[in-house]
Write a protein that binds this ligand. Sequence first.
Ligand code: PEP
Ligand code: MG
Length: 326
Amino acid sequence: FEQRVLRERALPAQTEDGENVYLRANLALDEEIELAKRSGAEGVGLYRTEFMYMNRQEPPSEEEHYRMGKALLQRWAPYPVRVRTFDLGSDKQCEALGLNEAEANPAMGVRSMRLALLHREVLLDQLRGLLRAALHGPLQIMLPLISGLEELSAVRGAFNEARAQLAETGLPHASEVHVGVMIEVPAAAIAADLIAERVDFMSIGTNDLIQYALAIDRDNDDVNYLYEPLHPAILRLIKTVCDAGRAHDIPVSLCGEMASDPRYTWVLVGLGLRELSMQAAAIPVIKNIIRSSSIDEMEALAAQVLECRTATEARRLVVRKMNERF
Ligand code: PEP
Ligand code: MG
């Protein structure tokens, strides 16, 4: 089995019946790129930029963002690279943004896009750098923790301002860049059809989506046992987003940890996902599963799992099926 996994690394993740599932890498550090390339990733589905802001006094400059984006695109050509705007909050140490005040409830506080809109100049630096980098390849910009259309249009305003600033300085930049959102707030998943009309792609962030939907702090060990990707409500949320993407003809990806777990591959593809972004190390095994499965059997399992009344029931079903087949 291991031999086969290694042999097939460089082949596309195509099902037995000929459907492509794109497997991309989640990255945060340049050191991870080599492993991700060797694992057979077809581009980057989530580049976390938070590390660029940590352990320093000032936020990164436009130039730094430009160089980072350009280098990533060159390294990954011809594949797409999806860069997420900074997703920081008071749960992370970040002097550059003056984040040292403890919030009672960081997950529900000034984090992520809310923080970015509050530090508009810092966001504009990043957007200008990325818009310039996008001249060098298929760079996509992903916005974290979007809850609905008002927030999206606030960010669109920032994009327009960044473009106007670039036009003024005369620096060359891409006129068309794919902009998409992470779906990680339950409200955004439920109303994904409204969001899908206005974006180029959606990517489901199950780490946060599960935390918010099941009301369990992902950083609190005492409630970790309730963290349940196969909870019927989570499966319905994922399906809702996939259906909205399909109805509006935009790609839907999933980039939470759930994508890295081979036990869930059938369910996720069966629910309609055709792009999964994960830890590089997981790619070969998941690619192998997809190459030895058909869409029909994955859809059949997903349909059965959607009928389960509890996560325990769903888990039993999934484990039994996976053991039977692999
Ligand atoms: C997620 O929430 O699923 C996600 C991918 O983002 P992060 O883990 O960085 O919050
Ligand atoms: Mg998240």
